[in-house]
Design a binder for this molecule. Structure first.
Ligand SMILES: NC(=O)c1ccc[n+]([C@@H]2O[C@H](COP(=O)([O-])OP(=O)(O)OC[C@H]3O[C@@H](n4cnc5c(N)ncnc54)[C@H](OP(=O)(O)O)[C@@H]3O)[C@@H](O)[C@H]2O)c1
Length: 225
């Protein structure tokens, strides 16, 4: 059975991808920061899957998470760097240093820590695909979300450089998932979020699309169907 690792799988796109991959007979490992949601998903998915409480920007959390996952399930075939946060809507000059740092820490430094923890084992095995979740706001911009745009444009650059570093049978891609009605979208769009697709519907086409990514996709900036 193939193994997918999904950061931020307690809500939104990550949760529905976890459910979708399990239904397609993948082994799922993943993490979130909410204890109750982590326990609920562990119970739902069952003991062969491994869902941890892990803050992706905490070095000790990531080390413990990687130690457990690599020693029990081995390196992932598919590594989905999905966990992210968005700043409350505000012009850049009104964003607090704390809010700006949090978005950078989770969306960029967290992706680096997870790559650092898992890619060496993928390289040793000689296969695997890394998908870094970008955004439409990793390729365009809007007012009010400058910190988030900063990180998603950063994800595009990080992923391009990573794709040039990986050995030939591995791949790294940046993925714009589209616009989906999740907690993150509601924070930004308010009630307008409800006119966008439900994450469970999104996952019906996104999971098979992700499942089919391979070495030939290395370096691509993709958009989910
Ligand atoms: N929804 C959209 O329309 C949209 C559009 C473009 C791009 N995206 C991207 O798609 C991805 C998923 O977004 P979403 O809409 O599903 O977001 P979401 O509903 O806000 O869910 C975010 C997930 O990330 C986890 N998370 C947040 N901070 C974390 C941390 N420090 N460590 C570990 N997990 C953390 C959350 O879990 P806990 O609560 O347990 O921490 C949650 O499971 C993100 O990368 C986002 O930027 C989404």
């Amino acid at each position: 059975m193939k193994h997918v690792l999904i950061t931020g799988c307690t809500r939104g796109l990550g949760l529905e991808m976890a459910r979708g991959f399990v239904s397609r007979n993948w082994i799922v490992s993943g993490c979130g920061t909410n204890y109750g949601a982590v326990d609920a998903l562990s119970d739902e998915l069952g003991p062969q899957h491994r869902i941890h409480r892990c803050d992706v920007c905490d070095l000790d959390h990531v080390a413990a998470f990687a130690n457990d996952i690599l020693s029990t399930l081995g390196p992932p075939d598919l590594l989905l760097n999905n966990a992210a946060v968005i700043n409350p809507n505000a012009p850049l000059w009104e964003v607090s240093p704390e809010d700006f740092s949090r978005v950078i820490d989770v969306n960029l430094k967290g992706v680096h820590l997870i790559c650092r923890a898992f890619i060496p084992a993928m390289i040793t095995r000689g296969s695997g695909v890394v998908v870094n979740f970008s955004s439409g706001w990793g390729r365009s911009t809007s007012p009010g979300v400058a910190p988030y745009c900063t990180t998603k444009w950063g994800i595009e650059g990080m992923t391009q450089a990573l794709s040039q570093e990986l050995p030939s049978r591995l791949a790294a891609v940046a993925l714009n998932p589209g616009i989906i009605d999740t907690d993150m979208l509601r924070l930004t769009f308010g009630g307008g979020a409800s006119s966008y697709p439900d994450p469970a519907d999104w996952a019906v086409t996104a999971v098979p699309f992700l499942e089919n990514l391979g070495p030939n996709d290395n370096g691509k900036a993709l958009t989910a169907p």
